[in-house]
Design a protein around this ligand. Structure first.
Ligand SMILES: [Zn+2]
Length: 224
């Protein structure tokens, strides 16, 4: 019997939204209504595809890069190691936090890093004070053949208004080297140091540079 883990946050009214000042209204909106003629419920949603649990496509930061519909489907499925790098507000995660796991993730397609930040999903600082990756950490992933990076934070780059961000160097490093990024993962706690098979299937939205995904996983028994 396969024991499944849902690594996604639910989309719902009041969920955290990207913290990009001066941009459009980013909040998740749901308008449910009933068509009188048929009696059927209908639901209209409005969301930023980079809110909630989602996959970034290369074109998100790479000029001329692929949109999510152009990324081959099999890139969203693979073997994955979940590691822990407990990190506090605005903490930079360097290569040393991950280096001890390198031997174990050799040969896996994906690496998911649990910082513990998903515990603050419902709190106001979730989008503004999350920990972020250092360039040395991103380089370590590239050097070791990781094809998909997953985080329990909104972004691998520092928060917009933290004063610590200049451009988007980590997104750019990863996406320009063909590494996809999954953001806002949840429920990684019980999978730390566990090898899993991940299915991170985003909605197939033509022309969008990311899309929400229901990310699910099950433990790998040997090389199943
Ligand atoms: Zn994104």
């Amino acid at each position: 019997v396969i024991h499944w883990h849902d690594l996604s946050h639910p989309f719902q009214i009041g969920m955290p939204t990207p913290d990009w000042p001066g941009e459009k209204d980013q909040s998740f909106r749901l308008d449910s209504f009933k068509i009188v003629a048929t009696g059927g419920h209908q639901d209209f949603v409005c969301l930023n595809v980079h809110s909630g649990t989602h996959v970034d496509a290369p074109g998100h930061f790479v000029e001329g890069g692929e949109s999510i519909d152009r990324v081959p489907f099999d890139r969203f499925v693979g073997t994955c190691l979940v590691v822990e790098a407990p990190s506090g507000p605005l903490e930079r995660i360097g290569a040393t936090a991950i280096a001890r796991h390198v031997k174990r993730f050799a040969g896996t397609d994906m690496l998911f890093i649990r910082t513990g930040w998903d515990d603050r999903w419902a709190s106001p600082e979730y989008g503004s004070h999350y920990p972020f990756l250092g360039e040395d950490c991103a380089q370590l992933l590239l050097d070791n053949g990781i094809k998909v990076l997953g985080l329990d934070t909104p972004s691998p780059d520092a928060p917009m208004r933290s004063g610590l961000r200049r451009g988007s160097p980590i997104h750019t490093m990863l996406l320009s080297n063909g590494v996809l990024i999954i953001e806002n993962l949840a429920n990684l706690r019980s999978l730390i140091d566990v090898r899993v098979k991940v299915y991170a299937i985003p909605l197939n939205i033509v022309g969008a540079y990311g899309a929400p995904a229901r990310v699910v996983a099950h433990e790998l028994i040997d090389d199943a």
